[in-house]
Design a protein around this ligand. Structure first.
Ligand SMILES: *Cc1c(COP(=O)(O)O)cnc(C)c1O
Length: 457
């Protein structure tokens, strides 16, 4: 394929990228050679690049733009707050209206008994906060030896030292000497990739029992918490078998361990419920939030904690932890407005009753494609597994990256789907319409056809 010639302006920006910008999760040599696609504007569920191409954003930015691009109310909320009080900190016995009102609004949406919020600038910082708070909590309870946190292989909890350690991404652990001590990992409930000959139900039980095995191996008296995403996002939209969460709940009930739900992706409506924990009926003690909290218009994250965790920490004097931008007033004002939009426009109800069932039905039509081994999803999350052999779930050999080929075709044809290995994933804005879902599925099928042509010959 001949690459179409790029405009002088695009080439100029790409040179700036090569000469000055260190992009996250990027191969700099490759990025320097090809140049990044330059995104210049957005509206609704669409993006435009610097070459004028219109692209359907199947990932809502990075799982975050829940209410879609171009919402003027969020712009107004930010500019109004910037004029009134652009910054003040929440350290040293001060606060400001937006942070207090946002903490209350989140408490109203959170599961019962979770009424206290610590704000951060990102999801990673939320998980760093969790690690320190959870260990502090156990120390206050007279059990300072309860320090170990159990995460899951291929889980994602962010990119800071604690976040990357809590996560189970092999490629991240290989750099920077991670995980840090006191963090261990168990298997993920990824039936399609790792379930072998087991039924999904049996595999879900097996994966849950790995938690109990690990608790016993480390010792209950040393385990502080278990952290998990209700549905793994970055790992490949891994929806656990139905047997998994009930069994995990049963195990957690037997041991004195805190349960942390990383709701950074699932929170604020992605499953059609306010939190992924609501969707599964899980009862966490702490929940990490970010992404959909502000629809990505401005960075903000946080940690919601149960009344019991709060009471313990409340009795313990200073919590020596905080960020300059904890509860930033402009971010808080945007978060509040975002929640107002989600509520007043009944966006979750529409997702739950109309658009998510439609998306899931239309996506599953792709399961008949020769390249597709499984289509799965919940709410506004979906995954398409590309395989060499549908019956055995066998992958293509290492030298063929079906996912990368497919992702390239998507870009060329005006659709953003992300590839995690050979798993194509989507996470569109919650406001995507049925017509836009039709467009997404039509483009996805075209790109699967083009991928099949390339790799099957
Ligand atoms: C994105 C993500 C994070 C990290 O959030 P950042 O804002 O990128 O630091 C943590 N957990 C999950 C589940 C995520 O998807």
């Amino acid at each position: 394929m001949n690459a179409p010639s790029k405009s002088a302006q695009t080439l100029k920006w790409q040179a700036l990228s090569r000469d000055h910008h260190l992009a996250p999760f990027s191969d700099y040599k490759q990025l320097g050679e090809n140049g990044p696609r330059i995104i210049t504007k957005a509206e609704g569920v669409y993006l435009w690049d610097s070459e004028g191409h219109k692209i359907l954003d199947g990932m809502a930015g990075l799982w975050c733009v829940a209410v879609g691009y171009g919402r003027e109310e969020l712009v107004q909320a930010a500019s109004k707050q910037m004029r009134e009080l652009p910054f003040y900190n929440t350290f040293f016995q001060t606060a400001h209206p937006p942070v207090l009102e946002l903490a209350q609004a989140i408490s109203e949406l959170a599961p019962e008994g979770m009424n206290h919020v610590f704000f951060t600038g990102s999801g990673s910082e939320g998980n760093d906060t969790m690690l320190r708070l959870v260990r502090h909590y156990w120390a206050l309870k007279g059990k300072p030896e309860k320090k170990v946190i159990i995460g899951r292989l291929n889980g994602y909890h962010g990119s800071t030292v604690a976040g990357a350690s809590l996560g189970g991404m092999k490629a991240m652990h290989e750099q920077g000497d991670l995980p840090i001590p006191g963090i261990v990992h168990i298997a993920q409930p990824y039936w399609f990739g790792e379930g072998g000959d087991m039924t999904p139900e049996a595999f879900g039980i097996w994966a849950a029992e790995e938690l109990e095995k690990k608790i016993l191996e480390v010792g209950q008296d040393k385990v502080a918490a278990f952290i998990a995403e209700p549905i793994q996002g970055a790992g490949g939209v891994i929806v656990p078998p139905d047997s998994y969460w009930p069994k995990v709940r049963e195990i957690l009930a037997k041991y004195e361990i805190l349960f942390v739900a990383d709701e950074v992706i699932c929170g604020f409506g992605r499953t059609g419920e306010w939190f992924g924990s609501d969707y599964y009926g899980n009862k966490p003690d702490l929940m990490t939030i970010a992404k959909g909290l502000t629809s990505g218009y401005i960075p903000m994250g946080g940690l919601i904690v149960s009344d019991e965790v709060f009471e313990t920490v409340n009795a313990g004097g200073d919590f020596n932890h905080g960020f300059t931008y904890s509860g930033h007033p402009v971010a808080a004002a945007v978060g509040l407005e975002n929640i107002r939009i989600l509520r007043e426009e009944k966006i979750l109800e529409k997702v739950r009753e109309e658009t998510a069932p439609y998306l899931q039905k239309r996506l599953r039509e792709l399961a008949d494609h020769p390249l597709v081994g499984e289509v799965r999803g919940v709410g506004m999350l979906g995954a398409i597994e590309l395989v060499k052999d549908k019956a055995t779930r066998a992958r293509f050999p290492g030298e063929v990256s079906a996912g990368m080929v497919c992702r390239g075709h998507c870009f060329e044809n005006g659709l953003i789907m992300r590839a995690v290995g050979d798993t194509m994933i989507i996470s569109p804005a919650l406001v995507i319409s049925k017509e836009e879902i039709d467009e997404l599925v039509t483009k996805a099928r075209l790109c699967l056809d083009l991928t099949a042509r390339d790799i099957l010959g």
